[in-house]
Design a binder for this molecule. Sequence first.
Ligand SMILES: [Zn+2]
Length: 219
Amino acid sequence: MGAHRWARHALWAVAGSGGMGTMGYVGGVCIRVHDRLLAETDSPEFAADISLNPLSGWHWPVWRMPHVPAGWLWTALMAALVVALVAIMVCWPMRKPDNPFDRDPRRLFSDADREFIKQCTGNQCEHRMCGLIRCPRMGEQMDHHYPWSRGGATSRRNLVWLCAKHNRRKSDRVPSRLSTWLLVRARESYWPRGERAVMIPDGLADMAHGPDDGVGVGA
Ligand SMILES: [Zn+2]
């Protein structure tokens, strides 16, 4: 699903830049033709010197800064690449859970869920600033880690305990894989051993409450 969307965006980008490049080239040829026609009325002997190829005389740019060693150029390029990779990691959204519904018919978590998540988290907000430092406030609200409006289940496998501020800030955005991974790593330090089955917030329906218990995820 996600991969298809990325491929489509990439295709659009390639087709779009190719199309604009072609239009730019054709526009350049038109300008050269116009220049040559003008030149023919004034000085026909020079008209033939005007090439119709708008790229004539163009060459690949050359590194012309001897005071900056080429090694620095490569270092800068590598740094840019690393920054781009990190940006992709930070933005790469979580996989859509393969649930047997578009929207869970049950919207709200129960009081039992509230007690459960309070127990599991020691009643502290699970948000992590910059993905590392845990918010010191008490938890107040139950959050669908994968948003309910986008197909996340109302289940303990999709439950995160947040303070009001951090729940409001998260809104209905799909969390990144990186932040989910960091949350799971953090949970390993406080989540009770007996409840590890629902520790990873994958957005799936809870088997214990699901419509087809024990059968697995229905089509
Ligand atoms: Zn918080």
